[in-house]
Design a protein. Structure first.
Length: 135
């Protein structure tokens, strides 16, 4: 199957009218969590509410005993490639665990974010197609 990339769509939308339609479609079609993902992935703006929503979604995926929002914020900074460069060593130190365990937890979060991004892409592709924005 082919991979749907919202980044390519974003660069192709050059009309203000189309941008308005796209934003409206996003607002109508996506959950708050999915909108938070879009804001961070494509808006490149660090919205506190978006970070909090994604942290609350991801932290339970780490299981019991690991509930530090600060650590998850660092993982989100890594995933969304914000200017700060976070290392696995920094994660390990915050998590107070082995390097291997820190990598495993980071990967769990990254996988969950990839899955969320795929859901967003599929939903928006369907909505954009219905609105005539995809060929």
């Amino acid at each position: 199957g082919s991979v749907i990339s919202l980044k390519n769509w974003r660069s192709e939308q050059d009309s203000v009218g189309e941008a308005t339609i796209i934003l409206r479609l996003c607002d109508d079609a996506l959950s708050e969590l999915e909108k938070a993902y879009v804001e961070l992935q494509f808006g490149r703006v660090r919205m506190a509410n978006s970070l909090t929503l994604l942290c609350n979604y991801l932290i339970p995926k780490w299981g019991t005993g690991v509930h530090k929002k600060r650590t998850m914020h660092m993982v989100l900074i890594m995933y969304f490639d914000f200017p700060e460069k976070i290392t696995v060593l920094q994660l390990r130190q915050l998590m107070k665990c082995s390097t291997q365990k820190a990598i495993e937890r980071k990967n769990v979060a990254f996988t969950a974010l990839d899955e969320l991004g795929s859901r967003v892409a599929i939903t928006l592709y369907s909505e954009f197609t219905k609105a005539g924005l995809c060929t």
